[in-house]
Ligand binder design. Structure first.
Ligand code: ANZ
Length: 819
């Protein structure tokens, strides 16, 4: 019955059969045991799927398949995060419209993804550039606007003066425009923000309940950056205004020798005397051009005195007020009380400008540096002698009593700038009346379509500005003199809620049986963001797998959006992703794969040659999933041989009347356990290694029992789904009229009785000297053990020609033969 296993034929056959039978479509409404298996959806670039995608999606699919065989109703959707810069830049370069290039890329990717043979429920696919999807991106904006988190304010953007365009952070390389190399400046434009910072504490608290990598949680903690401290008010000599500063060290208040304002601090203009305005303004101009990163990297701190003075809240002393770019406008209050003796940045600054220092924490001042860290207060009036923690409390109480400050918690998390002066994104659903007031576009006009009569060449304005149709549409609906918002939304908005929209895509007409290619759903006329019953049932996502590069932005934005939607009454859960796993990195001979190095492994050729099962298993075999592994062209051949061997042996040797011996049975149960553990913990490599060992055991036998072969096929099925399906069909030659697929078989269970070590190793002595050892079954009798001991070559040598006087057996330990 043996025939060669031809991956390309077999894989195409089953992919079509699965699609025809809609095996992977999930009945979301009636599912009893929901399990939501999600992967980070791809950006459809012209580069097609690369190894990184495969390493995310294939093992994630193996895990999902395993869950299904455990009896869960697994929902595993796939979609495309298709708005964004690359398509727009491509349009600028080639003139091909983003809508066209993206459509082609999505089609290509669907073909590639289909060839992977994953259990995607294609009828629920989403594409963020489809109006039926971005209607909801816009609804999300409207909800944020209605409930306040969305607001407008002046914000700094990266601006390329030559290209006349706003640049994303990723487009700024070492302070230069990625496209033309011009020095990038900061430009203040009116921008839309979402008030994520008001969720800071909630975002922090929520981390506790998540089964996420510790490192990712730490990165989010750091990103949110909670600081406990105080707000202190400094009066300004000659003005009624006060400068508020945020400090984490209120205990050092008596050590303040000057005050620093951020260059763009709104008080600067007001308090600077005329004779200082020249130098102050020159410095402010200079500072405008620098990014926060550049300031951070600068070795010497710079600044200029304003000539104005602050009044120390405790001593009444006059303190000079400086401006310096090391004070950041967007942190705390944009002002710093400088304590050069105990803060490194203040120390560096005071050293350059020869400003006084005053030690207020005990200890020996280090040479050329500040004395940071805790201690006891000195030179500090009513704080003297108190330990830092106590001194902080006492100072806060004093400030509160005297109305000069208060205890305060500060967060580093900034509000989310969601507007982009870009074409290829979801238009912001806002229009302005002739007086310039913003109004939200009523839902009946959503989706608010992205116009198509747009030039892509950068002009210094948002590309939508030049669309005639866009302006006419707005006036037609809202009246003369009304104009639309010309900015589009950050693509991170699109991906902040896609996991909810998967639950809502309408079932399309059946998948085409001829091509077996998935087709997308028709018109989408639903009225709700997400069906509350489905949301309650399916959220949070049970397993989310994707790259660690998303540890902050996407994974924080999605958490914020879920929390906000809960507060607005649309969803019942706070957190979108219960469990999160990051896959590791696949390298090529130790080096990171990159286009410029020319060492990128393209999956397509390998998949064509070896099949998707082999490619997937090789990736999983390389190393622990979360660590990644190193690619080798020869390594994949080993896995290809394994697939051929498994096919040959299981089809040739499986016999219904064959009886497995003890070793085979033990191996089978050991394999079930190892594969189960491996899949449960995403240690796919150990699961595959054990299956290989199991093949070695089978190889030594003439026959194995048919049921054993079927069990092994089931164990293979999450890891090599096509091979396993083919085995299943061959091992069940007379399927009933409704052939059932292997994924609908129950996951095998092992019997722990077979796993207890059922052999023992016994030392063998002759005349008191150790001559060898023997491994026997744990149930072996004394006679059997002694007989086996006498068969050891080295023991035989000593026994020859002599009669045995005495045979001693210490059970489980020792055989002693006395001649
Ligand atoms: C006085 C002081 C004395 C400070 C001392 C530290 C040590 P974290 O911990 O990151 O929250 N700071 C406050 N606002 C700032 C701004 N807008 N730009 C730059 N620096 C700012 O940092 C809080 C500390 O950073 C604050 O505590 C303040 O310096 C400075 F021995 O105040 B500290």
């Amino acid at each position: 019955m043996y025939r060669d296993y031809s991956p390309s034929e077999v894989e195409a056959k089953w992919q079509k059969a699965w699609a025809d039978a809609r095996v992977y479509e999930t009945d979301l409404k009636n599912a009893k045991n929901p399990f939501y298996a999600l992967v980070m959806f791809p950006y459809p670039s012209g580069d097609k799927l690369h190894v990184g995608h495969w390493y995310n999606y294939a093992p994630a699919d193996s895990f999902a398949r395993y869950q299904r065989m455990l009896g869960k109703d697994v929902f595993s959707p796939m979609g495309f995060d298709a708005f964004g810069l690359p398509a727009e830049n491509y349009a600028i370069k080639t003139g091909v419209k983003p809508a066209d290039s993206i459509k082609k890329n999505v089609e290509n990717m669907i073909v590639q993804l289909s060839k992977m043979g994953c259990m995607y429920d294609w009828k629920r696919m989403v594409n963020t550039t489809d109006p039926s999807y971005y209607k909801w991106t816009q609804c999300l904006f409207s909800q944020m606007y209605k409930h306040k988190p969305a607001y407008q304010k002046e914000g700094n953007v990266n601006w390329c003066p030559k290209d006349q365009t706003v640049l994303a952070n990723e487009q700024v390389k070492d302070g230069l425009c990625e496209r033309c190399g011009t020095e990038v400046i900061q430009k203040s434009l009116k921008q839309w923000f979402w008030n994520i910072s008001s969720y800071s504490q909630k975002l922090l608290d929520g981390l506790d309940g998540l089964d996420w990598p510790e490192k990712t949680k730490l990165m989010q903690q750091h990103w949110i950056g909670r600081s406990e401290g105080a707000e202190v008010q400094f009066a300004i000599e000659g003005f009624d205004d006060v400068i508020k500063v945020f400090t984490t060290r209120p205990d050092t208040l008596l050590g303040v020798t000057y005050v620093v304002l951020a260059p763009e601090h709104p008080l600067v203009e007001k308090i600077t005397p005329k004779d200082q305005l020249g130098s102050v303004n020159a410095y402010r101009e200079l500072a405008k051009k620098k990014t926060a990163m550049q300031v951070e990297l600068e070795k010497t701190k710079t600044g200029v005195p304003t000539g104005a003075h602050a009044i120390h809240p405790v001593t009444g002393e006059k303190l000079p007020i400086w401006i310096a770019d090391y004070a950041l406008m967007n942190y705390g209050t944009g002002a710093v009380m400088a304590v050069p003796a105990h803060d490194e940045r203040d120390f560096a600054f005071a050293t350059v400008y020869k400003l006084p220092m005053k030690q207020v924490v005990d200890g020996t001042m280090p040479e050329g540096a500040a004395l940071t860290g805790d201690g006891s207060a000195i030179n500090s009036d009513f704080l003297d002698g108190l330990k830092t923690a106590e001194a902080k409390k006492k100072m806060i109480a004093w400030l509160e009593d005297h109305n000069k400050g208060r205890g305060l918690i500060n967060y580093r998390l900034r509000d989310w700038l969601v507007s982009r002066q870009r074409y290829w994104g979801a238009p912001i659903p806002i229009v302005y009346d002739p007086e310039g007031n913003a109004h939200e576009i009523p839902e009946e006009h959503l989706p608010w379509l992205l116009p198509t009569d747009v030039e892509f060449l950068p002009t210094g304005k948002s590309p939508l500005y030049d669309s005639k149709e866009f302006r006419e549409r707005t006036e037609k609906i809202f009246g003369k003199g009304w104009v639309p918002e010309f900015d589009t939304m950050d693509t991170f908005v699109c991906s902040s809620f896609y996991y909810l929209r998967y639950l809502m895509q309408e079932p399309p007409p059946p998948v085409s049986a001829e091509t077996s290619s998935p087709v997308r759903g028709g018109g989408n006329v639903e009225r709700v963001f997400v069906d509350p019953v489905l949301e309650k049932k399916w959220m949070p996502v049970d397993m989310y797998i994707g790259g660690p590069e998303h540890a902050t932005m996407h994974l924080i934005y999605a958490r914020f959006v879920m929390m906000a939607l809960k507060d607005f009454g649309f969803v019942s859960h706070d957190e979108p992703f219960k469990r999160l796993v990051h896959q590791g990195l696949i390298t090529n001979q130790g080096a990171k794969m990159s286009k410029s190095k020319g060492n990128v492994v393209s999956p397509d050729t390998f998949v064509e040659f070896h099949g998707s099962d082999v490619f997937r298993m090789y990736l999983m075999f390389m190393g622990p999933f979360t660590d990644g592994g190193d690619w080798s062209d020869t390594g994949i051949k080993g896995v290809a041989r394994f697939v051929q061997r498994a096919w040959k042996m299981l089809t040739e040797k499986a016999k219904a009347d064959a009886v497995d011996d003890a070793e085979m049975t033990t191996m089978l149960h050991r394999t079930i356990k190892a594969v189960t553990d491996g899949l449960e913990n995403l240690h796919f490599n150990t699961a595959i290694a054990t299956l290989m060992e199991c093949m070695n055991t089978i190889e030594k036998r003439e026959t194995i029992n048919l049921e054993t072969a079927k069990t092994i096929a089931k164990l293979l099925s999450p890891l090599a789904p096509h091979l396993a399906e083919e085995l299943w069909s061959v091992l069940n030659p007379n399927p009933n009229p409704n052939p059932s697929f292997i994924i609908d078989q129950a996951w095998p269970k092992f019997d722990p009785a077979f796993l207890q070590s059922n052999t023992m190793t016994i030392a063998v002595q002759v005349n008191g000297k150790l001559r060898g050892d023997v491994t026997v079954s744990s149930s072996a009798t004394k006679e059997e053990v002694i007989a086996a001991a006498k068969e050891i070559e080295n023991v035989k040598k000593y026994l020859e020609g002599s009669a045995i006087k005495k045979e001693i057996y210490v059970p489980g330990k020792l055989v002693s033969l006395v001649l």
